[in-house]
Design a protein around this ligand. Structure first.
Ligand code: UT7
Length: 352
């Protein structure tokens, strides 16, 4: 059976830099608070009218195609991971196909909704398709435009200072090389705390909170037009909400747990790792996990300082940068891991 290798990788972030000082203009926060709690110094946001999640994804995808030495038309399957799609539906996979000018229809496009873990979930799905021989050139992309959905007032500061826009993409192909490719992925989920990190509306859940008066006497009338009512707009339920402390507490347990699990299943230990690329949720979380795994500074790549948390895009952006900087080389044992909304978490071990 072939293995799945990353044949090409690329990323793209908007030019617009927003420092912590820039955010102080809109909310009650400080550079010190943000750096101390998250490690973030600046992030990128799209310019008005210039980009969407799909156009950022297309730029990253073209870079990945170039790195792999293929044309977009050669892609036979698209997997798009995002929590900030262009539209409620259709998903962004088909939009990316169109944006890349792929006109053939012998191609599938799948959208992944696993937030911070989207890239790991997508990689695991792609791995099964490649190993089974079904596809030869899979484009997997993680892309986010958070800036359009964030609440930049003081009310939303615990979330809005963390997130940034960006995209990262890989081209996945089969390889017969023994010393290359995905070794193992492990995926987890636990819906207990689903609403502790979420955007509630628009969604069918909105109907649960419809005031009786909207129905009048006619209880049989379908619940129309309640996706984004005035009440939902008033409550701000279209902004992300996060119970930061709770998420943090789970993340620092689940990250090391799943990493140790994939390593032990492959009869490896953290001492064998050449590079660890954690989802860039919070520099403090990454440093905590690094300490537990006993990894030296040069075995972990973090770039949250520059880009903030770009959820599904964070791992491919960080991996792409690490490769460009020569920090990941052919044959290196690389561990990717993520934890986020859902909760979902997972890890992938691969030989570069
Ligand atoms: O990628 C998805 C997964 N997400 C994560 O992994 C994020 C995990 N959580 C975290 O990273 C942290 O919980 C945060 C960085 C989000 C927050 O740090 P924290 O130490 O948990 O702070 P907190 O939310 O408990 O808030 C502490 C204080 C509060 O004030 P009081 O009640 O103590 O007076 C907040 O109102 O800090 C206040 N605060 C802020 N102050 C200045 C919250 N946000 C800000 C802010 N600037 N931006």
């Amino acid at each position: 059976m072939p293995r799945t290798k990353i044949a090409g990788i690329g990323h793209h972030v908007p030019e617009n830099v927003y420092t912590n000082e820039d955010l102080i203009k809109y909310m009650d926060t400080t550079n010190e608070w943000i750096i101390e709690r998250t490690g973030i110094e600046e992030r990128r946001f799209i310019k008005k009218g210039e980009d969407t999640t799909t156009t950022l994804a297309a730029k990253a995808s073209r870079n990945a195609c170039k790195h792999a030495g293929i044309e977009p038309e050669e892609i036979d399957f698209i997997i798009f991971a995002t929590l900030s799609p262009d539209y409620y539906f259709p998903g962004s996979g088909v939009l990316l196909q169109r944006e890349l000018g792929i006109t053939k229809t012998e191609i599938g496009a799948l959208d992944i909704r696993n937030q911070c873990t989207g890239f790991i979930y997508g990689l695991s799905v792609a791995d099964q398709f490649i190993k089974s021989g079904m596809y030869k050139n899979i484009l997997l992309v993680g892309a986010e435009v958070h800036s359009v959905g964030l609440d930049f007032s003081t009310k939303g500061r615990n979330v809005s200072v963390i997130f940034g826009d960006g995209a990262g993409a890989v081209i996945l192909q089969p390889t017969e090389q023994e010393d290359q490719g995905v070794l193992l992925s492990e995926l987890h989920s636990d819906g207990t705390h689903a609403e502790q990190l979420c955007v509630l509306s628009p969604g069918s859940h909105s109907g649960m909170h419809m005031p009786d008066t909207d129905f009048g006497l006619d209880d049989e009338k379908p619940i129309g037009g309640y996706f984004l009512s005035e009440k939902i707009l008033e409550d701000g339920h279209y902004h992300p909400h996060m119970s930061g402390k709770l998420v943090f507490k789970h993340a620092v347990v689940k990250f090391p747990e799943v990493i140790k699990s994939v390593l032990s299943k492959m009869k490896l230990s953290s001492a064998d790792l050449d590079m660890f690329i954690p989802h860039q949720a919070n520099l403090r979380i990454s440093q905590f996990v690094q300490k537990i795994l006993g990894l030296a500074d040069d075995k972990v790549y973090n770039n949250i300082q520059k880009y903030g948390n770009t959820t599904a895009a964070s791992i491919p952006i960080a991996l792409s940068e690490a490769v460009q900087l020569g920090k990941v080389k052919r044959g290196d044992l690389v561990c990717l891991a993520a934890f986020g909304a859902g909760f979902t978490w997972g890890s992938t071990l691969l030989r570069w």
